[in-house]
Design a protein. Structure first.
Length: 366
């Protein structure tokens, strides 16, 4: 018996110092004799301690990695239930450690508790503190606080990808830039760089006569009258004359003539606009043509046939200019003759005369 205890003490002493199991005192009925664990139990305990150290190392590494990695949206890790105890020491034997891929353990789980599987998101068990994203908070340290980022505007609902994730919303493309159309204006003949030739001349009773414009009258007799009330401008002195009528609405007294003529200078071909100043003497019968009749000639010498004619109601324009129309010229000349047709008798017309003052020609090339 003594030899048997000695052999067991030697085998116990041969165990490595770090793995020597603690000897538990067991009380006996008569004395406090120490009993030692059998060798098979010691081997099982050593193996269990080695497994626990390996599992604790995996937990520390995987727990640190899981904190840095982003948790999959919609999942949460829950602590797994401890497996059923077996073995003489209450710890799992090496044969009971399940084979398969390593699983992670929630941070803060006490060493020695096997890692459990991952479950889909669900309610957190009561009493388990949670960190953001539903992850259990590590024991002994506060849960990290995530800074709120800028609010994202939800995009319009659209189709989802096969994996279930919503594809990114594409910003609408900018409308195409349309280049402005350059409009090229077609210049008219008058918009060319060369200046357009123009001419303006005034001539008549008491107006200056030049080589380019003039006025004359024939048939003077005792029934002609000299008056005022004519045009006083453009070299004119404001005098006028009153010429007797023929007494017929259709016939003229060819002995009495009044002519205004112009050489239009730079305007050889173009248009001339004519206007007549009707004298305002204060006596209505001095300018009483109703109407006064005028003939237009294409030459200053009033030779040949007139190219046009016009009428002016002198009773309605006394003391002001009256428009006489526009006429084409082709030789740089134009002339106007007033004829003497008119009614100078009857009620309110007895002694009526035709008033004569200035005439203006404004011509433009083209």
């Amino acid at each position: 018996m003594t030899q048997h205890h000695a052999d067991r003490d030697e085998r116990t002493d041969e165990l490595p110092q770090p793995h020597r199991p603690h000897l538990l005192p067991m009380a006996s009925g008569a004395g406090a004799a120490r009993s030692r664990m059998p060798p098979s139990a010691l081997v099982a305990v050593a193996a269990a301690v080695l497994v626990l150290l390996t599992a604790a190392t995996v937990v520390v590494i995987s727990g640190d990695s899981s904190r840095r990695a982003d948790a999959a949206p919609g999942t949460v890790e829950l602590p797994a239930a401890a497996p059923a105890h077996s073995g003489s020491a209450g710890l799992p034997s090496p044969a009971e450690v399940p084979a398969g891929p390593a699983t992670t353990r929630p941070p803060g789980t006490p060493a020695g508790t096997p890692a459990g599987p991952q479950f889909q998101a669900g309610p957190t068990p009561p009493g388990v503190p949670t960190a953001p994203m539903g992850r259990p908070a590590p024991s002994g340290r506060p849960a990290p606080t995530e800074r709120p980022g800028p609010a994202e505007r939800p995009g319009p609902a659209g189709p989802t990808s096969p994996s279930g994730a919503t594809p990114p919303v594409r910003a609408p493309s900018a409308p195409p830039v349309t280049k402005p159309t350059k409009v090229v204006a077609t210049p008219s003949p008058h918009d060319s760089g060369a200046a357009v030739a123009t001419y303006t001349g005034v001539t008549g009773e008491s107006c200056a006569t030049t080589s380019g414009r003039g006025y004359y009258r024939t048939g003077w007799s005792s029934d002609w009258r000299t008056r005022g009330g004519g045009w006083a401008g453009d070299g004119c002195q404001g005098k006028s004359i009153s010429v007797p009528m023929s007494g017929s609405a259709t016939k003229d007294d060819n002995d009495n003539t009044v002519v205004w003529w112009f050489h239009t200078g730079p305007v050889v071909r173009g248009t001339c606009t004519l206007s007549v100043f009707v004298p305002g003497t204060g006596k209505p019968l001095d300018s009483a043509g109703k109407p006064a009749h005028y003939l237009v000639f294409p030459s200053a010498g009033i030779s040949g046939s007139p190219m046009a004619s016009f009428d002016i109601d002198q009773t309605a324009h006394q003391g002001r200019w009256a428009s006489a129309g526009s006429y084409r010229i082709a030789s740089g000349q134009i002339a106007v003759r007033m004829v003497t047709r008119g009614i100078d008798w009857g009620s309110g017309r007895e002694g009526a005369h035709l008033g004569v003052s200035a005439l203006r020609a404004a011509c433009r090339e083209g």
